[in-house]
Design a protein. Structure first.
Length: 259
């Protein structure tokens, strides 16, 4: 039974999992492709291979030197199912211990200093800022939180706040890296304008839609441009299951179109 479980663990450790990646902005020569492109948020999922335990052979001397059974007879034998359950519990516990790493405390003072230098471009170029804000680790998230504190979006429309934000640096990198930066922007916008939207997820969804709309209306090699009605229809049901107010969407569409 142990050999079978070791074989199964070996097969599991050799498997790979492919996770699809979504795009914030879809580049296409056709406007129809742009309009039908879904706005997705895809989180990376890491799969760690299981490790293999090796058994220890029993020496014949160990058997000979083992103590005799108690006077009342040998202890009751356990069933094979109980042995299997115990072995599986040991495998699970050891596997969890093997992959456990204690969380590290974030140096908030260092994060704050770096955020200030990034905002003031002290020793950094605009193209460097996004790289420090977009990594998937606690320190990068702390830097991004501190960086966004330098922006006051109070009273700004969403498109106006987005322009103000993106004028400070160049949003570059892979799709998921750019999306992480926009997540921080969405949270900060809602903090400055509480009650303007249902959640930061709603702000993030609409922010991605505005960037897609800007590409559709002002990008090169685009045929028929997206209409206001199509823009509103594409966002149906995406405000936490409800529709965004039509007057807000119409105002945002006209603002992007006329800029």
């Amino acid at each position: 039974m142990v050999a079978q479980r070791l074989s199964s663990l070996t097969r599991i450790s050799e498997r790979t999992v492919d996770i699809p990646n979504g795009d914030l902005c879809v580049k296409s020569n056709r406007s129809d492709d742009m309009r039908q492109a879904p706005i997705e948020q895809v989180d990376n999922v890491n799969r760690y291979p299981s490790f293999i335990l090796t058994g220890k052979e029993t020496c014949i001397d160990d058997v000979c030197d083992s103590p005799p059974p108690p006077p009342n007879g040998p202890p009751p034998s356990t069933s094979s199912s109980e042995n299997d359950s115990g072995s599986e519990d040991e495998f699970d516990s050891l596997n969890a211990y093997h992959h456990y790493s204690p969380p590290k405390a974030v140096d908030t003072a260092s994060a704050s200093r770096l955020a200030k230098r990034l905002f003031n471009l002290e020793g950094f170029k605009k193209s460097d800022v996004s790289r420090h804000l977009s990594k998937n680790n606690e320190f990068s998230r702390a830097v991004a939180d501190e960086y966004l504190k330098y922006f006051d979006f109070t009273g700004d429309t969403l498109d106006g706040a987005l322009r103000k934000f993106l004028a400070q640096f160049c949003l570059i990198g892979e799709t998921q890296e750019r999306e992480r930066v926009l997540v921080h922007f969405s949270k900060r916008y809602l903090d400055c304008n509480q009650g303007s939207f249902k959640s930061s997820d709603s702000v993030h969804t609409l922010t991605c839609a505005l960037m897609l709309l800007n590409t559709d209306l002002h990008g090169e090699n685009i045929g028929r441009r997206m209409t206001c009605g199509e823009f509103i229809e594409n966002l149906a049901g995406l405000d936490e299951g409800d529709n965004f107010p039509r007057d807000i969407l119409r105002a945002l569409f006209l603002s992007i179109k006329n800029q």
